[in-house]
Design a protein around this ligand. Sequence first.
Ligand code: EPU
Length: 292
Amino acid sequence: MSWWRPWADRIEPDAPIGAMTWYRIGGRARWLAHPRDAEDLAALCRRVRQEGLTLRVLGRGANVLVRDEGFDGVVVRLDAPSFTRVTFDGARVLAGGGADLMRLCRTCAERGLSGIEGLAAIPASIGGAVRMNAGGRFGQLGDVVRCATLLTVEGALREVEKAGIGFGYRTWGWDRAMVLSAELELAVDDPLRVRGRFKEYWRMKRATQPVGERSAGCVFKNPPQESSGRLIDSAGLKGATSGGAQVSLRHANFIVAAEDALAADVLRLADHVRRTVRDRFGTELELEMEVW
Ligand code: EPU
């Protein structure tokens, strides 16, 4: 009997997860699971561990590149209502790990809640955004997180206060743990002003990044006191191609993909960029996007 029989109605075998990422390229996952709630997910984690399989959570797929040969493991989507719920209590917001960050930013702006409008243009699930401490010039999510409920890969529940989450630059201290929910502490402000800032950030993003093209956002983390985009640009790599992948002409730290691109094209180009920047400036760029 297959290990996943108890989840047969909510596990898809051989699921096209590459097509669910922003790149819309890459292969399939051996299994794609849609757990019902935290308990169901915990049981799944324990079972997956017993089987010695690898487990990943796919949020909005905006920071992930799936290899062409696919992912040999279990991919989880937190798309059941118990994971996407958002509740408001004054300036406090409790958001499920599967809730959509962009939509939440918009709702908060409409309600006159300030603190995450700077993240309005970042495609992410709340869970992915907590895990990556998503952010940019206008702040990072960790700044407004009060606490979070996590599920470790062993299937254990943990309530963690901000200090224990260990936020860093595009990282946190919990490795592959899953975010079931996060509580945000926002500030009450005038809805018009919050919305105004929100729109301004979108305008700036559109002016400087290849919005609407297939990409995984910034490919590399910024080195300390440096900008990967500037380094890659200075190395003359803007517009460089490999198969269907191209270093964006708009922002050099993005690799955009044509419809017929392969994940291997993106990976080859990323490697070329990394080596060129290392040879040219002696700086070792570290991937920000995840490769599955
Ligand atoms: N620059 C260039 N050429 C380029 C791109 C940038 O010379 O092709 C220069 C810019 O002119 C600027 C400097 O590099 O002087 C920094 O560029 P930018 O302001 O665009 O910021 P960034 O450091 O490249 C970071 C985040 C972005 C975020 C922006 C804006 C990282 C790795 N990147 O980019 O986040 O949108 O700031 O807040 O932290 C992402 O995480 O996926 C992402 C896109």
